[in-house]
Design a protein around this ligand. Structure first.
Ligand SMILES: [Zn+2]
Length: 163
């Protein structure tokens, strides 16, 4: 600003005005900057939340994927425990149990086999015996499966393995 002896010259007014405008512009741009910064912060917050959500989602997915083998083995166990007794069984014994399931279904319906299925190990027919209302079907050769009895009945239809 130039100093003059005359009280206030037009130039001074202009200068003052310019300064005032500059200050105003500066101030408002400062405000804008602040607002932008706030906006940035809002955006940053949004991004953080998004990241948190994405990470949680990924974690859930990860846990799910991690659990799949266990779920699968549970499903397998579910399939295997289609009879009572928690023994591991070989393919022949599984087939024998499968046959007993079929017989058990017939017993439930009160039907009787004309051709009684045979145990896959011995090709001998299942032994079906009745005592009053109880009809039991037994594998003819449970010993060869490693059990003392493999049986089902109309009262207890789930094939039973007895050691
Ligand atoms: Zn058998």
């Amino acid at each position: 600003m130039k100093k003059t002896k005359s009280p206030i010259e037009e130039a001074d007014f202009k200068e003052l005005e310019r300064l005032a405008v500059e200050e105003h512009v500066l101030k408002s741009s400062d405000d804008q900057l602040k607002r932008e910064q706030n906006g940035d912060q809002d955006n940053a917050n949004k991004h953080i939340w998004l990241a948190v959500k994405v990470i949680s989602l990924l974690l859930c997915l990860g846990i799910l994927i991690y659990q799949i083998p266990q779920l699968y083995s549970l499903a397998q166990q579910g399939k295997k425990s289609a009879r009572s007794g928690s023994y591991s069984t070989d393919a022949n014994t599984d087939q024998c149990i499968h046959n007993l399931w079929a017989i058990s279904g017939q017993l439930q319906l009160g039907q009787h086999y004309e051709n009684i299925p045979v145990c896959p190990l011995s090709d001998a027919p299942y032994i079906i015996s009745s005592e009053g209302d109880l009809t039991t079907a037994r594998c003819p050769n449970p010993d060869s499966h490693g059990f003392s009895a493999i049986q089902t009945s109309n009262v207890y239809p789930i094939p039973e393995l007895i050691k």
